[in-house]
Design a protein around this ligand. Structure first.
Ligand code: SAM
Length: 289
């Protein structure tokens, strides 16, 4: 499979406009290769991509794009290899670090999760992933953790690193499960992590977890929330992320009706979407509804 790559050489300060213009052209993903060099990837044929990018830039910045743009076809492997080479470790908390394989461990962090970029969503760089990782670390050790929508496996692997004995990661995407299995093999003590293709309905009734994490989109969370609460132990913790701020009230209402009590919440602006991510951390009821 091949991709269309757009490269723009623009000053570091233009990052927000570049990412928003790439998003307006429906990029599949992109990254900053080095300060001042941005790359975005598109499904072929990506017709008139340079013109569309220039038009989006003009809409956003109110003036023509003055920076050089290069568009060319790339093999998927090129993209993956280059994005892996550009990946950097991400400090999450004082002790938790998410890092790509091959970097030298930093002794300042006692809990390390190794994640190969490109194997499912969740390298640790996204605000929604980080919100859940921070709460997970803050509330740990949990004896058991369920990660609904595990992607790369990053949350589930962090739960193992933080001392959880029983951890299950679920994902409806078979490619995500394959990627998570690959990442599991990179992390010591993670062999006990159970990865299941499917969603909450795939688990045997009666299973309970001290902590349930779900980084999904708003509509999926609305549908899954009753099942998530049903899988959480009495007085356990539920962490949700992946919602936009406008979806907050509806989610909090639904959570309240299920007996969840809001303990903490975060708002993380996303310049690409010109919107704000909302994440919530809840306590499950003593007697689940
Ligand atoms: N947990 C990772 C993180 O926090 O970075 C990845 C989160 S990613 C935003 C969402 C993942 O949820 C995707 O891998 C997607 O395939 C999966 N997903 C979407 N709907 C789902 C559902 N109903 N049940 C289980 N997984 C689902």
């Amino acid at each position: 499979m091949s991709y269309v790559e757009l490269t723009v050489a623009a000053p570091v300060a233009a990052e927000e406009t570049v990412t928003a213009a790439l998003a307006a052209c429906e990029t599949l993903g992109g990254w900053v290769e080095k300060p001042g060099l941005f790359r975005g990837y598109f499904s072929p044929p990506a017709a008139n991509l340079t013109d569309r990018f220039r038009a989006a830039w003009c809409d956003l910045a109110g003036e023509p794009c003055p920076h050089p743009i290069v568009v060319r076809n790339r093999l998927a492997q090129d993209w993956l290899m280059a994005s892996r080479a550009a990946a950097k470790p991400i400090p999450i908390t004082r002790r938790l670090w998410v890092a790509p394989p091959g970097v030298v461990p930093d002794a300042a962090y006692s809990k390390v999760v190794w994640i190969q970029p490109g194997l499912g969503f969740g390298t640790g760089s996204h605000a929604t992933t980080q919100a859940l990782l921070r709460w997970l670390d803050h509330g740990s050790p949990f004896r058991s953790v369920l990660d609904v929508g595990t992607g790369s496996g990053v949350l589930a692997l962090a739960a193992v690193a933080l001392g959880a004995g029983r951890v299950v990661g679920l994902d409806i995407d078979p490619d995500a499960i394959v990627g998570a299995i690959d990442n599991r093999a990179r992390n010591a003590q993670a062999s006990e992590l159970m990865l299941v293709r499917g969603s909450t309905a795939s688990l045997r009734p009666g299973y309970r977890f001290e902590c349930v994490l779900a980084n999904l989109d708003g509509p999926t969370l609305a549908k899954e929330l009753p099942h998530i609460v049903g899988l959480c132990s009495a007085r356990g913790r539920v962490g949700v992320a992946g919602l936009m701020l406008s979806e907050r009230e509806r989610l909090i209402d639904a959570a309240r009706q299920l007996g969840l009590a809001l303990l903490d919440q975060r708002e993380d602006p996303d310049p690409t979407f010109k919107d704000v991510w909302w994440s919530g951390w809840f306590a499950a009821p003593e007697n689940p509804v």
